[in-house]
Ligand binder design. Structure first.
Ligand SMILES: C[S@@+](CC[C@H](N)C(=O)[O-])C[C@H]1O[C@@H](n2cnc3c(N)ncnc32)[C@H](O)[C@@H]1O
Length: 206
């Protein structure tokens, strides 16, 4: 049983450090200094516009809530299948999905996390001319290792055989997603040069 004196860390706003829960940074995990945001703004974080310094996800509270509702609907509506996230960063959204499965005692669904675990590939301007000039692949902040994602799950005691890490570029891994049925297909993150590739290869593999 979990000890009652300390809650697990929060996915969106709390610091990555469980010790900091309840201290100054409780709802104030600052943004990484990338897009000009200098301090924590609830409205920005809610909409997932900044990249938090410590929190486990960058999708923001609104989309995280939506994802929770969708996961619950899949469970209550008996929609069969696994949940796949393409582009997991620190793992927060998938941690939430695994937590929802655990909360409802679901043991016959897995959460599959597809990522390079090294950030984005450079844009392929020949196939996707509109992506020319994109520099997302230069952001080392987007490269979160498989070990780090696993250890983030372990902070919530949620890493088990219902969690599958699928390491590689989407164009290689999407046709091989180890699932016969997908209840919630790849999450859409803010547009990046590889979004189209991710979604189209996933669709053709379903
Ligand atoms: C915007 S972040 C994802 C945010 C995440 N959904 C969250 O909850 O915070 C994008 C992620 O996609 C991964 N990624 C982007 N393009 C990729 C590709 N073509 N193949 C594999 N991984 C990719 C990056 O490594 C990064 O972890």
């Amino acid at each position: 049983m979990m000890s009652s004196h300390r809650r697990p860390p929060h996915i969106i706003s709390f610091s990555d450090d469980p010790e900091s829960v309840g201290k100054d940074g409780e709802f104030g995990d600052p943004p990484l200094p990338i897009f000009g945001w200098k301090q924590f703004e609830p409205n920005i974080r809610n909409r997932g516009f900044d990249w938090p310094e410590n929190a486990f996800s960058m999708i923001g509270a609104a989309r995280m809530r939506n994802f929770r509702v969708l996961t619950e609907r899949v469970i209550s509506g008996s929609v069969p299948g696994d949940i796949v996230e393409t582009g997991v960063w620190r793992g927060g959204a998938s941690i939430l999905a695994r937590a929802v499965l655990a909360a409802y005692g679901v043991q016959d669904r897995r959460v599959i996390l597809a990522d390079s675990f090294e950030g984005l590939p450079p844009p392929d301007k020949d196939r996707y001319p509109a992506d020319e000039g994109s520099i997302f692949h230069e952001y080392s902040e987007l490269a979160v290792s498989e070990d780090k994602v696993r250890s983030n799950f372990e902070k919530f005691r949620l890493f088990d055989d219902q969690v599958v890490l699928l390491n590689g570029w989407f164009k290689n891994t999407m046709p091989l997603v180890p699932s016969n049925r997908i209840a919630i297909p790849p999450l859409i993150v803010p547009p990046t040069p590889t979004d189209r590739e991710r979604l189209t290869t996933a669709r053709t593999s379903l």
